[in-house]
Design a protein around this ligand. Structure first.
Ligand code: GLY
Length: 258
């Protein structure tokens, strides 16, 4: 079965880290409702949704994706680039331990899971403010025995690689080419987001459909025209905390226990 780890919206969300957007008022009730809808969509689409304990003292805890990179063979526990986020990994380690061998990144490495995009055996890592060269090197060392290659992707203007590029089918990307250097992806084709929807590249692959924030109808139309079946969830309040739909879960196959 596909399992999704999620974590409730923290009561301190308004003190979240922000890198590329201005702070604005976040309605906690709306954000919590949007996250609830998100979890319900994951469950309706065949995922086992496992909710980690709430962490109201950790503002960004809902963006659980940043704490681990889970592959079929192992899970790499990250060392998030923002110091305030480092304690988030504790609950994630506990949740992943039954399912995977764990490898832990250590200082001076920093890496956010939102910077990691896996396409077959190539692991693209955003060279963002959150993920450094030591993070990429430690990730490469952990993954090398399994035949994965790590490749850096230059970014500008966005928080994470997956703010700019996500995988929408086995060999097709959705991308905002203004934020990520698409040459880094070699010959992998991409659908560009609608220019008026720069934040639309962050999507989440579910078993049969692609999940997108509801705010990006023109990009959705481009995907549907290309034969990608989509569904949407309102995500605007969590977007004010610089989070998208991929950030709110860690999805993996739990039939591959270590
Ligand atoms: N607020 C999401 C992050 O900056 O990590």
């Amino acid at each position: 079965m596909r399992r999704a780890l999620v974590r409730p919206v923290s009561e301190s969300l308004s003190r979240c880290e922000l890198t590329c957007i201005e702070r604005s008022v976040i309605d906690l009730e709306v954000a919590t409702g949007q996250h609830r809808d998100y979890c319900q969509i994951l469950a309706e689409n065949g995922l086992i949704v496992q909710t980690l304990p709430a962490a109201h003292d950790l503002p960004d805890a809902v963006f659980v994706e940043d704490t681990a990179v889970v592959l079929d063979e192992l899970a790499v526990i990250t060392r998030p680039g923002a110091e305030s986020r480092r304690p988030e990994v504790v609950a994630v380690i506990e949740a992943l331990a039954p399912w995977r061998e764990l490898v832990h990144l250590t200082a001076p490495a920093t890496l956010d899971g939102g910077d990691v995009l896996v396409v077959d055996r190539t692991v693209f890592v955003g060279a963002s403010a959150r993920s450094n060269e030591a993070g990429r090197q430690q990730l490469a060392t952990a993954l090398d025995p399994w035949g994965y290659q790590v490749r850096a992707v230059p970014l500008s203007g966005c928080l994470h690689l997956k703010s700019a590029v996500t995988l929408v089918s086995d060999e097709l990307l959705l991308a905002n080419p203004r934020w990520a250097s698409m040459e880094a992806f070699g010959g992998i084709p991409h659908i560009p987001v609608a220019p008026e929807e720069p934040h639309a590249a962050n999507s989440l692959r579910l078993p049969d459909r692609l999940l997108l924030p509801a705010a990006f109808p023109r990009t959705r139309e481009r995907l549907e025209d290309a034969g990608i079946a989509t569904l949407t969830v309102p995500a605007g309040e969590l977007a004010k905390a610089e989070g998208g739909v991929s950030c709110q879960s860690i999805i993996f196959d739990d039939g591959l226990a270590q």
